[in-house]
Design a protein around this ligand. Structure first.
Ligand code: NAD
Length: 446
């Protein structure tokens, strides 16, 4: 994977023996080296415990039958899942306390904790709806209490999913793996659609064709690498001046380079044309993005127009054109890149934050229409990611951005890419209309 980006000198120093000793003495934050995906390694850093008394305990065990389950003698858990779908009253929330309290000191470094509930908005009974909504506060607080790179997330399953829970497999396997290293305190909603498991969970995109915009460098280049690792033929697109870097990315992954300005009137046409010789497009990742920062008082309208044009109008037009003319196949996947700036807002970024919040709105607004063609649309909202862009931020500001999250460090481009690859998987047919932050539970906009 690409190694370009800023280096986190503080983390390197702190992970040395004298550095760690000094940090613990003076109470400095000690970021854990996060466990990330490596082919052939087990998904979790230890055995998995599945608890709770809801309707999903047995299906979860079945869907994860190749995982190593914890026994009575386990003292460090690599993963803990609690099925909270059985909680239908406020009083029953006590089950969370009873189950988790004795386990809080028993998580391995980079462990995954997962609470599974029923989508509150779709629950009819008042008490159950309240109790299910309460899971969010619980999850986010556990995420803040866990140490050493362990995370806690929440998956809500539609109450309409009654007998076929196959759509739950991909979200479970993403959250309960090293691929979700920087995804913390997030909520993923799973609907009742069934899913077909890939022949090989390490190659879920085998035979698929994907397009990534803005792929000449940074996050986009890593997305292309990860989709290719997962088996996809990848078309990488970027503006003509980025041609050399783009060809390098394409060559590295056996992909195809496409010179493309996403704001061009014929952008969708060009994409469809490029994908045609591989049998059409299965995945579109709208990653190209720009910033043109100025406080609103100082902003000229060119800055406003270009940011809205590249970040929001272009992905909307391209998705609409591709889904209308079949350029994106039925069963396709659209993944947009938002930002926590679109959630928290940022001084000097009214244009950027509006565009990135608009991306979240676009995912909300388009999910149900695209579902008619079995196309899913989701967004990722990265927090502080170590890239050339964030390396250029002045040191003091950079340190604040990097440390103000539960994992005490910036994310890697691969963390964003893994989340996108999860949404891009054919097995993710039950996950649409979601925005997942890849921010280590950043305090911004939380
Ligand atoms: P980057 O600037 O390194 O890369 C963006 C790429 O998009 C560049 O290669 C650029 O040439 C390309 N691009 C710009 N305009 C284009 C156009 N009109 N047509 C085609 N390609 C175009 O940025 P990055 O840090 O890798 O960010 C990638 C995405 O992630 C962006 O959407 C950005 O807003 C978002 N994001 C980044 C961070 C972060 O911490 N780096 C945080 C939140 C969100």
């Amino acid at each position: 994977m690409s190694k370009k980006g800023s280096s986190d000198l503080y983390s390197t120093l702190i992970s040395s023996a004298p550095g760690a000793f000094l940090a613990s003495k003076v109470g400095l934050p000690q970021p854990e080296t996060l466990r990330r995906y490596k082919e052939g390694e087990p998904p979790l850093p230890g055995p998995l415990l599945v608890g709770g008394s809801g309707r999903l305990v047995e299906p979860i065990r079945d869907l994860l039958s190749d995982y190593e389950f914890a026994g009575d003698d386990t003292d460090k858990f690599g993963g803990i899942v609690f099925d909270a779908t059985g909680i239908t009253t406020i009083e029953e929330l006590k089950q969370l306390y009873t189950f988790f309290q004795p386990l809080m000191r028993k998580t391995a470094p980079s462990a995954r904790v997962l609470v599974v509930g029923t989508t509150p908005e779709l629950v009819r009974k008042t008490d159950e709806r309240i109790a299910q909504r309460a899971l969010e506060g619980f999850t986010r607080s556990v995420a803040k209490e866990l140490r050493r790179g362990a995370t806690c997330n929440l998956v809500y399953v539609s109450p309409k999913a009654k007998t076929d829970f196959s759509g739950l497999a991909a979200p479970l396997r993403f959250v309960l793996s090293a691929k979700s290293a920087y995804v913390d305190a997030q909520v993923i909603r799973v609907n009742e659609k069934p899913a077909t498991a890939p022949a090989n969970w390490d190659k879920p995109l085998d035979g698929k064709v994907a397009l990534v915009t803005g792929a000449a460098r940074g996050i986009g280049a890593t997305i292309a690498e990860v989709l290719s690792r997962d088996g996809a033929k990848v078309i990488v697109a970027d503006i003509p001046p980025a041609g050399d870097a783009l060809s390098e990315v394409a060559n590295k992954i056996g992909g195809v380079a496409l010179a493309l300005d996403v704001t061009a009137a014929d952008a969708a046409e060009k994409i469809a044309e490029a994908a045609e010789r591989f049998g059409g497009l299965d995945v579109v990742v709208h990653n190209a993005g720009i910033t043109r920062d100025k406080t609103l008082a100082n902003m000229d309208d060119a800055r406003w127009d270009s940011v809205i044009g590249v970040n929001l109008l272009a992905p909307k037009r391209i998705t609409e054109a591709l889904s209308a003319n079949g350029g994106l196949k039925e069963g396709g996947r659209v993944v947009d890149v938002s930002s926590i700036a679109g959630i928290a807002g940022n001084r000097g970024q009214t244009n950027y934050a509006a565009s990135k919040a608009g991306v979240i709105g676009m995912v909300d607004a388009e999910a149900s229409d695209l579902a008619k063609k079995d196309i899913t649309i989701n967004a990722v909202a990265p927090g502080f990611i170590e890239t050339q862009m964030t390396a250029a931020i002045p040191l003091a500001t950079r340190e604040v951005g990097r440390r103000l999250n539960s994992l005490l460090q910036g994310g890697q481009t691969v963390d964003v890419a893994e989340t996108i690859a999860f949404f891009a998987s054919p097995a993710s047919s039950a996950t649409t209309g979601n925005t997942v932050r890849v921010c280590g539970q950043s305090l911004l906009g939380a």
